[in-house]
Design a protein around this ligand. Sequence first.
Ligand code: UDP
Ligand code: MG
Length: 212
Amino acid sequence: MAPNAPRTAFDHNKVTVVYVLGGPGAGKGTQCTKLSEDFDFCHLSAGDLLRAEQNRDGSQYGELIRTCIREGSIVPKEVTSKLLENAMAAEIQSRSGHRWPDGQGRFLIDGFPRKMDQALLFDEVVCPASLVIHFTTTEDVMLERLLERGKTSGREDDNIDSIRKRFRTYYEQTMPVIEHYSSLGKLEEIDSSKSIDTVYQETSVIIRKLLS
Ligand code: UDP
Ligand code: MG
């Protein structure tokens, strides 16, 4: 291997990874969906990948994932990291040659990494992030959005008990991740209290700067 060849699964010179973080209900998924339409990003939600794995026939992780999601705790890092890596590889293969030239790719990783051990593992083994976006708003705003979503989401964790636990996990486990990327100079914070379009305006400025 050449001395400077990347040891990660994907070469960060070709594959752009943006982590999108924020408390539950902060607006990560909504903003990622819009960005992926405008900038040819693939949007991967760690929570959605976990829910799909939980429901996959024959998965050995189904029960573990169900319990973690209900309790608002974090699934062991290897499981989520592998699900993301597999999804990235599949997407690169399927877009290669038409939308993304040779081995290149752009990913918005929504709701990950939520804990320091995941951040270190993914950056080291899969692909280091180019940028980390943190959507910030108040707990009241997040709570209101989650309870509203809970009316139709069918999600087992959009209830008041799980929501309280998710807030706690966010403060205790995810905030150190935010601080870590801030100290690396990779963090952009956006106040997501305002309307979807206003927040999107600000977010797209940051993404344009990254891609220029
Ligand atoms: N989760 C996890 N590891 C991750 C991402 C999510 O264990 O890297 C679990 C965790 O229990 C979390 C739940 O999945 O509370 C739901 O995550 P999701 O991102 O869907 O929630 P959101 O922030 O969008 O409300
Ligand atoms: Mg989400």
